[in-house]
Write a protein that binds this ligand. Sequence first.
Ligand code: ASP
Length: 317
Amino acid sequence: MEFRRKDLLGVADLEPEEIQLILDTAASFKEISTRPIKKVPTLRGKTVVTMFYEPSTRTRMSFEIAAKRLSADTLNLTVSASSAVKGETLADTAHNLEAMAPDVLVIRHYASGAPHYLARRLKCGVVNAGDGLHEHPTQALLDLLTVWLEKRKNDKEPVRETLTGLKVAIVGDIAHSRVARSDIQAFTKMGSQVTVAGPATMLPPYLETLGAKVTTSLVEAVRDADVIMMLRLQLERMGQMFMSTIREYSQFFGLAPRHLNLAKDDVIIMHPGPLNRGVEISPEVADGPHSLILEQVANGVAVRMAVLYFLIGGEKG
Ligand code: ASP
């Protein structure tokens, strides 16, 4: 298997074999972050530019750390301090950045499709770090990596073998979640059974076409689950009323210790962050023994190292 893409825009385009290749590489890169000197020369002389039109803590730092661990140079465009606020178009900003010859542009944008638009126009690689309500592919890859490394029986077991048949519950504000859209596709491609749950107002109509089972009951979704992924209530994206009160939401869709008794004994709890503690997840669960939330963050660096490595033309395949 070879990885021949110029860009990473979404999970929708990825073949299971490509996912396996990225995750194998990420798993081997994990060790670099445990060394006293956390750096290898693989991407020396290469440049990674990050361009974030929406707030981010984890994702942006994670790409930057990943690039630095592989010895690439990094440059951040802070959009609030850039010419975008003077009216420059996205394409003009990107062409100007490209004139400085980066190898990869990592973009987060509030408009769905913005990375695809740039990928068609730029010669450098483009990575989608979250586009509107559409996709967040590196989040899905790090989620797969986290589940695979936790659940595999031995270190030779392929991703599909570990993930086939696992019951994955994705719960919360599905409508506004690009993570949900990428995760549903990623887990179903690798053989898992995905159930999504949320209030009816936060469940868009086409979810079954992505391969997920849909319910408005948290209890139904978490029963016998191997993995429970809680999503943030994205209040900043809610124009109109999607729920009556946060308290009511939390009562029906907040994950509390009592729910874990319904799931498998070795259930793992995940959340892409940032957390609304006490809203979609109780602090006891977020910090409890089943939680892999910080492991997701650590795996995020490894996955982004693998993605940059393949796109910039580390050794292919
Ligand atoms: N960090 C994730 C994203 O950018 C999830 C979230 O914001 O809730 O989509």
